[in-house]
Design a binder for this molecule. Structure first.
Ligand code: UT7
Length: 330
């Protein structure tokens, strides 16, 4: 049992300025604005500049979360970064962010790779570490530069993904029952091949041949991933509600991973909730993997969609295949 409860003290997000519209994508591959909107709900996505890496997006989001929370970099003793597009394979992006933000050298810093569920994995980890009493204030970030791993010649994937970052500052809750009240994580490791970057790891190190085969890019079996996403996100939502003796209608706002509007619509239907109860920004950012939930969370708070005392459900699904859900009482 956790010894201390944890709470989100502030949020921030950042997306690069450059907008890539569906019309722009249609100039690169055989597709159309109409097809992309109908099949995914995406209208545009943000693309980082050539000199911007994941940590550059992350520090902008983190600075906004510091400002929102009133917490200073000097108070942070834990940095957890969820990403599948780290600045480098080694060292972790968390260490780069620590240095850029002036976070003390006594802080523990590491990355989490759970793809689109990464932010939920990261907050669960940070909250457990704070609950243990050994850490007190965490900076948790979901940040991605997916444009660097997208095959811009593959029409089945390139229109889906975008770049961005979202951050939260987490601390000790002054009151039990307020803050992160529960999480549920899991993984379907047998389905690793459905969504994968096959090259660049120890299995297939980067060589001129692996590059010629395009193994440095995201490969996805879209239809299979779609079906699993709907089933597994619904289950992850139901499981956590059941664990806490709650019914779906008691949730004030669902913040789902933003992968495809049709996936969100289907989950709303299965949970028998009006789609208005779901926060949606996939139309403006596409799928930003680990950044998707913290960007949406920040936008939802700042748009006044979350009020004190309300209950928010986060639910995600991604490569791994990982899944996760979290309940937050504000
Ligand atoms: O973050 C979690 C992981 N990601 C996801 O959750 C994504 C899950 N998958 C999806 O969102 C959808 O599967 C896509 C949006 C990627 C694709 O939609 P779909 O309805 O599953 O299409 P499909 O892959 O079954 O393709 C249908 C047709 C195919 O043509 P044929 O074989 O029927 O002639 C594709 O070649 O649409 C074609 N197609 C396209 N046409 C125009 C595939 N991509 C495109 C495109 N533009 N961009």
């Amino acid at each position: 049992m956790p010894t201390r409860s944890t709470v989100i003290l502030g949020t921030g997000s950042y997306a690069p300025d450059r907008i890539l519209t569906n019309e722009d994508v249609a100039k690169m591959v055989d597709t159309s604005d109409e097809w992309i909107r109908a099949r995914s709900g995406i209208r545009e996505r943000r693309i980082a500049g050539p000199d911007e890496a994941t940590s550059d997006l992350a520090i902008q989001a983190a600075r906004r979360a510091f400002e929102d929370s009133g917490v200073k970099a000097s108070e942070i003793d834990l940095v957890v970064v969820a990403t599948v597009t780290p600045d480098y394979p080694m060292p972790s992006t968390a260490c780069i962010i620590q240095h850029k933000l002036g976070i003390p050298s006594t802080a523990a810093c590491f990355d989490v790779n759970a793809a689109c569920s990464g932010f939920i994995y990261a907050i669960d980890t940070a909250c457990a570490m704070i609950s243990s009493g050994r850490y007190s204030k965490a900076l948790v970030i979901g940040a991605e530069k997916l444009s660097s791993v997208v095959d811009w010649q593959d029409r089945g994937t390139c229109m889906l993904f975008g770049d961005g970052a979202g951050a939260v500052v987490i601390g000790v809750s002054p009151k039990r029952g307020i803050g992160l009240i529960g999480t549920k994580l899991g993984s379907l490791g047998e389905d690793t091949d459905l969504l994968i970057i096959p090259g660049g790891g120890s299995r297939t190190p980067t060589t001129p041949d692996s590059i010629a085969r395009g193994e440095q890019f995201i490969k996805m079996k879209g239809k299979e991933v779609f079906k699993l996403a709907v089933r597994v996100m619904e289950e992850a939502a139901r499981d956590i509600l059941e664990q806490h003796g709650l019914a779906a209608h008691q949730i004030d706002l669902v913040i789902p991973h933003q992968a495809n509007l049709r996936i969100i619509d289907a989950i709303a239907q299965y949970l028998e909730l009006p789609v208005e109860r779901f926060f949606v920004n996939v139309d403006r950012y596409g799928n930003t993997s680990a950044a998707s939930i913290p960007i949406a969370l920040d936008e939802a708070r700042k748009a006044g969609r979350i009020k004190q005392g309300e209950l928010t459900l986060l639910v995600a699904f991604g490569a791994g295949l990982t899944y996760g859900s979290a309940l937050i009482r504000w």
